[in-house]
Design a protein around this ligand. Structure first.
Ligand code: GLN
Length: 468
């Protein structure tokens, strides 16, 4: 009940008071506290909004998202509310403005229900790296939900909001979507404004959605996408309307991805079955070689750590949040505040990024990384001259147990199939594909050409007919 945008809208239309829907979610959140998905519920502002929007519902002037309760990842600003990027360094910090993406939802009468736990500064693949404890997978609470937007994934999967926002720099929406049985969308780079999103790696970051179905993803996307004068990297291309294609689709698969030794055999089997069904119903599925797989994760970590080391320089103990009480003098304030405020993984990345940007290493790592990124972009664009949509696994396997993966490199490899879309800027979506014999869900990932989200939604609707 009350789980999807359309359902809530119908409930409202049939006379269910908005406040009853709010109470429902508040009860669910309370009952699922052990999952640690919400860092804070914005109960006061949500109640105020519910009362105001109920008035609009009563006189027929409510927006497209009346009845929708949205949880936001704790790296998105909402004026007058705390935001911490799940880090101690932002302790006590309150947003001074609202992210454009969040504002556009509010303008359509969505209610922002609270802020959701994530890996610190969106760095992680399991949501175990939050300063406020791990998020637990709702399907089996001994397991991680994936990351870094783990709280956003679990909030949707457990019915603790109607839809949620996350951010995806290397897979942080799609990977947890795969592990929680939800739909995770990362739009084209530059399609949704990053204004008000706490930056991790600015040339990779995109805001994305978690929903229980593809139509909800499309609706939220339509509302949030488009030019924003406050983010100069947003595209001024018009957001395309919903499309339905008459002809069969041309799908592509990448041989090296499908035959990757780390790919779980049950995930592979389900993908093979799906491909066969698509072919049997008249769609084309062609195989391409993409022999760059060994480079995607290393290049991602060279470039994102470089950007992170620069973006995170602003957290100095002076401008925001935590300031060490032990420090004397400016330099010691910087050092101690950063040392006390940042967690281990964030420090590791700042140091790696500083190293790859250093005078002696810059050409060896950063310049080379940019060149490889360009090759990946060109080769991906080539493939999209021949196909409408690339099919690939979202994750090599299902979720692991909390505490099971200790090696950072092993953790980084969880993103082997998702970083591609961030390196190239393409839109990609993960939808549920199946349930493993271990009882945990896994997704399949669809990727289309840049700014072809309408093809992505269409292809998703088509693919999901064969996944049930
Ligand atoms: N897991 C990846 C990382 O740790 C991706 C994170 C993200 O997309 N924000 O960087």
């Amino acid at each position: 009940m009350f789980n999807a945008i359309q359902e809530n809208k119908s409930a409202l239309a049939s006379g269910v008071p908005l406040v009853d829907i709010l109470e429902h979610y508040l009860r669910q959140i309370e009952e699922h506290k052990h999952l640690n998905a919400y860092l804070e519920v914005f109960e006061v502002s949500a109640r105020d909004a519910a009362e105001r929007i109920q008035g609009k519902v009563n006189n027929g002037t409510a927006g497209r998202l009346a009845g929708t309760f949205v949880g936001i990842k704790d790296n998105l600003c909402f004026n007058g509310h705390h935001v911490s990027a799940s880090s101690k360094i932002l302790a006590g910090f309150e947003s001074l403005y609202t992210a454009t993406a969040v504002q556009r939802l509010i303008d359509e009468d969505a209610i922002i229900l609270g802020r959701l736990n994530c890996d610190e500064f969106a760095m992680g693949s399991s949501n175990e790296k939050s300063a406020f404890g791990p998020v637990r997978n709702a399907i089996n609470s001994a397991y991680v939900p994936g990351g870094s937007s783990g709280g956003s994934a679990v909030a949707v999967s457990a019915g603790l909001c109607t839809a949620s926002l996350g951010s995806d720099t290397g897979g942080s929406v799609r990977q947890p979507a795969s592990w929680t049985g939800t739909y995770g969308l990362k739009p084209t780079y530059g399609r949704i404004s990053r204004y008000g999103l706490i930056a991790y790696a600015s040339s990779f970051d995109q805001i994305g959605t978690f929903t229980t179905n593809v139509s909800d993803a499309e609706l939220l996307y339509q509302i949030m996408a488009g030019k924003d004068p406050k983010d100069s990297t947003t595209s001024s291309r018009e957001v395309e309307a919903h499309t339905v294609k008459a002809s069969p689709l041309r799908f592509g698969v990448l041989a090296e991805y499908m035959n990757h030794p780390g790919l779980d055999s049950e995930v592979k089997f389900s993908m093979d079955v799906l491909i066969k069904k698509l072919q049997e119903s008249g769609h084309e599925v062609s195989e391409f070689s993409f022999p760059y797989m060994d480079y995607v994760v290393p290049v991602y970590y060279v470039l994102t750590t470089a950007e992170a080391s620069s973006n995170l320089a602003r957290f100095d103990g002076v401008h925001y949040g935590h300031r060490s009480t032990l420090a004397e003098g400016v330099e010691e304030t910087y050092i101690r505040s950063r040392n006390e405020g940042f967690g281990e993984e964030v420090k590791r990345r700042i140091m790696t990024g500083t190293f790859v940007l250093s005078n002696e290493q810059y050409d060896t790592y950063y310049t080379k990384g940019q060149k490889v990124r360009r090759v990946l972009q060109d080769k991906t664009r080539d493939i999209f001259t021949k196909v409408d949509c690339i099919l690939m696994p979202t994750t090599p396997s299902t979720a692991f147990k909390i505490g099971e993966v200790k090696d950072p490199i092993e953790m980084y490899l969880q993103d082997i199939f998702t970083v591609h879309a961030n390196l190239t800027g393409n839109p990609a979506l993960s939808l549920p594909l199946g349930v493993h014999s271990n009882g945990l869900p896994f997704g399949i990932q669809l990727m289309t050409d840049q700014f072809r989200e309408n093809d992505l939604f269409y292809a998703t609707q088509l693919v999901e007919k064969f996944t049930a």
